[in-house]
Design a protein around this ligand. Structure first.
Ligand SMILES: [Zn+2]
Length: 270
């Protein structure tokens, strides 16, 4: 599943090809994504200039002046820049052309979304409830500590709650807690101010490291094969159950929290 770094790398990969260019074609091959693609989408978009491609949590926001195209990659979606005449594959459900290039959505599982809003995208029902952006200056240890007050839920689940922090998924939650030396089952309200500072720094460092790893894939956005934006990284704990902790050598453990796997080192957390 594309997590926040993949979405941000996707944004950086496609924006130079699309920004300040006029939309010349809109092709919807399959409307049955997570929500139906609006029938009037082409009428809304044709002839509009894409002013910028922004991002909020894992939503890509194509600012078209009169409104915003909201695009989510879901479980399996990816975007590529292709020549408009390149034949589509069976999972290529949506194209947006700006003259001599198109951005193409491929989404085998169809949990992605292509939507339109004429209003302020921040007020759209999918975005209005989202918490702070983890890569923004507003995400601090003090903010995190205040948000954890009174919460009995495990810290792992709390930092994956998008109403608190927007876009920290399962991989980056496990990795950040390991970096911060916090056991993932610790009740959120018991995480001290000092440890919240460490955790906020760890979340940012983990995401920044992923962005750095993904930066080398940017050129892939103009290749016609492969699945861009999904890059390999070396994780400290994620998906390493039974393997040796890179810090202390103990086997990494796996537990299930909120129906998701959590990976941690039993010795390193303090
Ligand atoms: Zn360890």
């Amino acid at each position: 599943m594309p997590e926040l770094p993949e979405v941000e790398i996707t944004r950086r990969g496609i924006e130079p090809h699309l920004a300040r260019r006029r939309i010349t074609a809109v092709i919807v091959r399959n409307r049955a994504l997570r929500w139906p693609v609006p029938r009037n989408l082409a009428a809304r978009l044709l002839g509009r200039e894409i002013r910028a491609v922004g991002r909020r949590a894992k939503y890509l926001l194509f600012d078209c002046g009169t409104g915003t195209l909201i695009l989510h990659l879901g479980m399996s979606g990816s975007l590529r820049i292709v020549p408009p005449d390149e034949p589509p594959g069976p999972y290529d459900h949506f194209d947006l052309a700006v003259g001599d290039v198109s951005v193409r959505l491929r989404d085998p599982r169809r949990f992605g979304a292509v939507l339109w809003t004429a209003g302020d995208p921040a007020q759209h029902p999918l975005l209005a409830h989202l918490g702070v952006e983890p890569l923004s200056g507003a995400f601090t240890g003090g903010m995190l500590h205040a948000a954890m007050r009174g919460r009995r839920v495990a810290i792992k689940l709390a930092i994956m709650d998008h109403r608190i922090v927007a876009g920290v998924g399962n991989i980056y939650a496990s990795e950040s807690l390991f970096r911060a030396g916090i056991h993932p089952r610790t009740p959120a309200r018991r995480v001290s101010a000092a440890r919240c500072e460490r955790l906020a720094s760890a979340v940012r460092a983990t995401l920044e490291a992923a962005l750095a790893a993904g930066g080398s894939t940017l050129r892939d956005f103009v290749q016609s094969d492969g699945s861009p934006g999904y890059f390999q990284q070396q994780y400290h704990v994620y998906d390493r159950a039974g393997e040796a902790c890179r810090t202390c050598g103990r086997p990494i453990q796996r537990v299930v929290q909120g129906q998701r796997s959590t990976f941690f080192c039993p010795r390193c957390p303090t």
